[in-house]
Design a binder for this molecule. Structure first.
Ligand code: G3P
Ligand code: CA
Length: 220
């Protein structure tokens, strides 16, 4: 079972920052999860919201109006920068927040796999925007896909089967023995988010999930 740091080690360090990713590994995470938006000049950058208002001090506005240079000035990493610091064999869950970033993410993954810096087996692209996953399954079947859902695990599993996804990534409250059994039957992994309390972590482990996404990798 994989221990995946949510937005890095969000429980300890500011989310989706280089410091947070490094902290997650320091705390024993097998991998990290991060969120992707697209800049005005077409770069995939790592930030959860479509604006910088909540997470970046003394700045405001939409990421789509920021250039990659603007992002760099305020500490928003690019996906490529994360590829460069990813430890050998670490797992990376790239969540696409803005569907317009899809092709850029696919291109960067392909490029870094070709360079030998990352491997398809270590990267999972997930999204709540299922059309993004459908598109990726068409353009590069080597990219592993995770169908995100916080509402309906059955529909997520059905869609995962349809596009031959690697996993369903479901909110932990949706976990049931039936879901796990059905997923296993179809060789689809079950990843769960965002599991933070010791009780919920114990519950997810008992359910037999393949990965726990947590703000506290030190608790898993
Ligand atoms: O990928 C799981 C989780 O990160 C999805 O929710 O809002 O934290 O991106 P959110
Ligand atoms: Ca996320």
């Amino acid at each position: 079972m994989l221990n995946i740091g949510h937005r890095g080690a969000k429980g300890h360090v500011a989310e989706n920052t280089m410091e947070s990713f490094l902290k997650a590994f320091e705390l024993g995470a097998d991998g990290i999860e991060l969120d992707i938006h697209l800049t005005a000049d077409g770069e995939a950058v790592v930030i959860h919201d479509e604006t910088v208002d909540r997470t970046i001090k003394n700045a405001s506005g939409f990421i789509k109006d920021f250039t990659v240079a603007d992002c760099s000035k305020v500490g928003i990493p690019t996906l490529v920068e994360v590829f460069h610091v990813l430890p050998e064999d670490a797992f990376l869950n790239i969540e696409i927040k803005n569907p317009e970033a899809t092709l850029v993410v696919a291109d960067e993954i392909e490029k870094f796999v070709r360079l030998g810096e990352i491997h398809y087996e270590n990267v999972l692209v997930s999204s709540f925007h299922w059309e993004v996953l459908g598109k990726l399954s068409q353009i590069n079947p080597d990219i592993r896909l995770g169908v995100l859902s916080e509402e309906n695990s059955k529909e997520a599993l059905a869609f995962a089967k349809e596009i031959e996804a690697y996993s369903v990534n479901v909110w932990f409250e949706l976990l049931t023995p039936e879901l796990i059994a059905l997923a296993r039957q179809h060789q689809i992994q079950v990843h769960t988010f965002t599991v933070n309390s010791p009780e919920d972590i114990t519950f997810a482990k008992k359910m037999g999930v393949d990965a726990i996404i947590t703000d506290y990798p030190d608790r898993v």
